[in-house]
Design a protein around this ligand. Sequence first.
Ligand SMILES: [Zn+2]
Length: 160
Amino acid sequence: METRIYERGGDLLALEETAHMPYRWAMGLDSSKFFQEIAAREVLLGIRCHKCGKVYVPPRRLCGPCFVKIDELVELGSEGVIEAVTLVNYGFIDPDTGRQRPIPYYYGYIKLDGADNLFSHIIQTPPGQEVKVGDRVRAVFAEKKRGHILDISHFEPAPA
Ligand SMILES: [Zn+2]
């Protein structure tokens, strides 16, 4: 732990510490498989409800509308269609890096091929290129996989 004490004229102004707080978080069976398949084969998995047929991504244990346990994992395409998108011009601190993500960038809701719900992620475009609802995008995978949502580095416009 690093501690810094800032003083002015003998009065304590601030105490700044960086705490090391390691933790483990169980992703659950289906999320584990989701990230394992990305790491092993760069394949996105969904899960199908046997009652209504809807496919959810990322996989989950329960179909909300049917309120039944679901377990049929299905492979999805790594492309999809933008259903909603915004251009981000505010320099949020990226919780993964602790640094500001370069702006501007797009953030959107994508309906992946084969899925019935929307998957949200960063959409990067070449400088000056815009995206809009209805455009097709494809997943770009990180070179080094960590079992993290940023194993999908971002989405980018899909070639026509
Ligand atoms: Zn269902």
